[in-house]
Design a protein around this ligand. Structure first.
Ligand code: TYD
Ligand code: MG
Length: 452
């Protein structure tokens, strides 16, 4: 194939240059030129062929799309996708190397292959390597096809000839478009590869799943625009030395972005962890000071997590503060409230806060548990074992209501908590669990027998 003509555009000012410069000749910005293939054809709007004439129509007259989601029978993945795969949609799965992206999608491919042919394009590993992984995962389905190919045009040409139900591309950074001269993995290449795959999904009306690497900063490698091009962006996270893997949606045109999928990486692939609350509080030592349990909401799903705090005298002038699985600035805020409003002597203490088991507690409802854990460690006095804590701390030391208290109560009751400490005025189901209302942190600590 003849090379398509390419030009360079500045990502700052949009200025055009025929060759690459370190500095944009138009606006003077450094390192902003991006190569792009120029094509004479105008892009068609989604779902239409290029030459069709489109007239405006009243919104009520637009034929309703009958979206048929295809579930994968992998409940943890289906839920994060918004109930399954939507035909014609494109899904980008991001994550650090080695976290298990290829494993997850090979399992998804095998599940989908029970319905019809699935093509897994691998630009990183050979077909034999994928087969080896497939053996471990029991994924040797008759309808699952592997294509080891790095040229995206050639791979899609092969895909074109198959009656596919799902296409997987592993990964956007390793595939390349021969239309561009830049190296694979560069901004323009990543964009061209993703664009080709997204267009294929729309044209064939099948779901396409793309794997993307993330940079050290935890962002998808490649331009932000990649996230705009696809319908759904999922992130796969976890710690390397821990088998827990969390899947979340950061963008989803077909569902909520609050859902969380929880897996465990085992010898035979990723296993769903439907009973995640049990996992996160399983190693708890409630008789120790500094441990508090809260219920955070992950979308519609309540999750019990243990917050641990360690408070000790600083050896140096500047006290250290460290947060794991909890927002660092939020920790500083809680410490400030405890110092100023409750007059607790934390100014010369190191404070370490961590959410046990590799979970994250981003829900503001975790504030109360964080504060209680810190005070418990400071006083060296354990919290009552059967009290669940949920409440957002305000700057004045007041406790603010958190939503979905009924679900939190039910989850707590299911795991043996007999009391739940909540901001005064929160509703909640009292079935099996007793509500302990508190209007501010001071009152909460009194109820917990931790007041000074
Ligand atoms: P992989 O899917 O190759 O990661 P990625 O595509 O995100 O780079 O998975 C890598 C790790 O997962 C590897 O270190 C081995 C581990 N693993 C298991 O523990 N069990 C399994 O069944 C499989 C297939 C992999
Ligand atoms: Mg991989």
């Amino acid at each position: 194939m003849a090379k398509a003509k390419t030009v360079f555009f500045c990502s700052e000012c949009g200025g055009e240059s025929v060759k690459w410069y370190g500095r944009c000749p138009h606006c003077g910005a450094w390192n902003t030129l991006v190569e792009e293939a120029i094509s004479r054809e105008k892009p068609a709007p989604p779902g239409q062929s290029p030459r069709e004439i489109v007239k405006p129509q009243a919104i009520a007259k637009v034929a309703a799309a009958n979206i048929q989601r295809q579930t994968l029978d992998m409940p943890e993945l289906d839920r994060v996708l918004g109930g399954g795969l939507t035909p014609g949609s494109s899904i980008l799965l991001g994550g650090e190397p080695g976290i298990g992206k290829s494993t997850l999608l090979l399992q998804a491919a095998a599940a989908m292959a029970k319905r019809g042919p699935v093509l897994y394009i691998s630009a990183e590993e050979s077909a034999a390597q994928i087969r080896m992984r497939g053996e471990r995962l029991h994924a040797l389905e008759a309808n699952l096809y592997i294509l080891a190919q790095t040229d995206v045009d050639e791979a899609l040409r092969q895909a074109e000839e198959m009656p596919l139900t799902l296409l997987i591309a592993d990964s956007v950074q390793a595939l390349y478009s021969p239309a561009l001269s830049s190296a694979s993995g560069s901004v323009s290449q990543v964009r061209a590869v993703a664009a080709a795959c997204v267009a294929f999904a729309r044209k064939k009306n099948i779901p396409v799943m793309l794997i993307g690497h993330v940079t050290k900063e935890g962002l998808l490698a490649g331009p932000r625009v990649l996230e705009h091009m696809v319908d759904t962006v999922l992130y796969f996270e976890g710690e390397r030395y821990n088998s827990l893997r969390l899947l979340r949606a950061v963008k989803n045109r077909f569902g909520s972005t609050n859902e969380l999928g929880v897996f465990q990486m085992e010898r035979e692939g990723l296993q769903p962890l439907s009973d995640a609350s049990a996992y996160f509080i399983s190693n708890r030592r409630p008789e120790e000071p500094g441990s508090a349990v809260t219920c955070v909401m992950q979308g519609n799903r309540p999750l019990l997590v243990e917050i641990q705090a360690l408070v000790g005298k600083s050896a140096f002038g500047n006290p250290r503060r460290l947060a794991g699985g909890y927002d660092y600035n939020r920790l500083l805020l809680i410490i400030a409230i405890l110092e100023k409003k409750l007059h607790l002597p934390l100014g010369d203490k190191d404070v370490y806060l961590s959410v046990a088991g590799g979970a994250r507690a981003d829900d503001p409802a975790a504030d109360l548990a964080a504060a209680a854990a810190i005070v418990s460690s400071l006083k060296e006095k354990p919290l009552p074992q059967d009290v669940l804590l949920a409440g957002e701390a305000g700057l004045l030391g007041e406790l603010r209501n958190v939503g979905q208290t009924e679900k939190r109560c039910r989850e707590g009751a299911a795991f043996g908590f007999r009391h739940i400490l909540l901001p005064a005025g929160s509703g909640g189901e009292t079935n099996g669990i007793r509500l302990l209302p508190a209007k501010d942190l001071q009152q909460a600590l009194t109820i917990l027998d931790l007041s000074f």
